[in-house]
Design a protein around this ligand. Structure first.
Ligand SMILES: [Zn+2]
Length: 175
């Protein structure tokens, strides 16, 4: 991600030479993150999965990654924010799976609107996504092209609301 401060915009440059050959996902490195940062980055990862699932470039193989990422993140984000090691470990996996999906199909409206919020107001990326995600999802669900994605999106929306309400003790999805 590159920020052009003069033109006040953020943009992404992608080239095969800037893609790592190997990466290490170490949940121990996430353990000391403040809860607010875990929440913001976790909702960014959830946004990657949802937007990857609904973007124009979505297709079956990428859908598998995005649906699995939505499932993992939805059941793990609250525990991760609460500092439970199992939740942090699962979020490390969930964000990685979401990243594998989005790197094939890109993201969508939430990221498109979140980047200007970061440039103009210094809003952290994950916070901007978290603010915009429910509104963009509500809009997307009114479009015929997204109707087939309605059920998983509703599940994700419910989890997002439960994360915000900070209620505990119920699984994010009904059994
Ligand atoms: Zn993002």
């Amino acid at each position: 991600m590159i920020t052009d401060e003069e033109k006040r915009r953020k943009f992404v440059c992608v080239d095969p030479h800037d893609i790592p050959i190997v990466s290490f996902i170490d949940a121990n490195m996430m353990a000391s993150m403040p809860a607010s940062l875990k929440a913001a980055t976790g909702l960014d990862a959830l946004t990657h999965a949802i937007e990857g699932f609904t973007t124009k470039g979505a297709w079956e193989l990428a859908d598998m990654l995005h649906l699995k990422a939505i499932e993992i993140i939805s059941r793990s984000l609250r525990d991760s924010v609460a500092g439970h090691a199992v939740g942090v470990e699962a979020m490390a996996l969930g964000q990685y799976v979401a990243g594998m999906g989005l790197s094939n199909v890109g993201v969508g409206l939430v990221h498109g609107m979140a980047h200007p919020l970061g440039v103009f107001y210094d809003t952290p990326h994950g916070v901007a996504n978290a603010i915009l995600l429910p509104h963009i999802m509500a809009f997307m669900l009114t479009t015929p092209a997204i109707n087939s994605a309605r059920l998983p999106l509703q599940c994700a929306s419910r989890v997002h609301k439960r994360c915000r309400s900070r209620k505990r003790g119920k699984p994010p999805f009904p059994p």
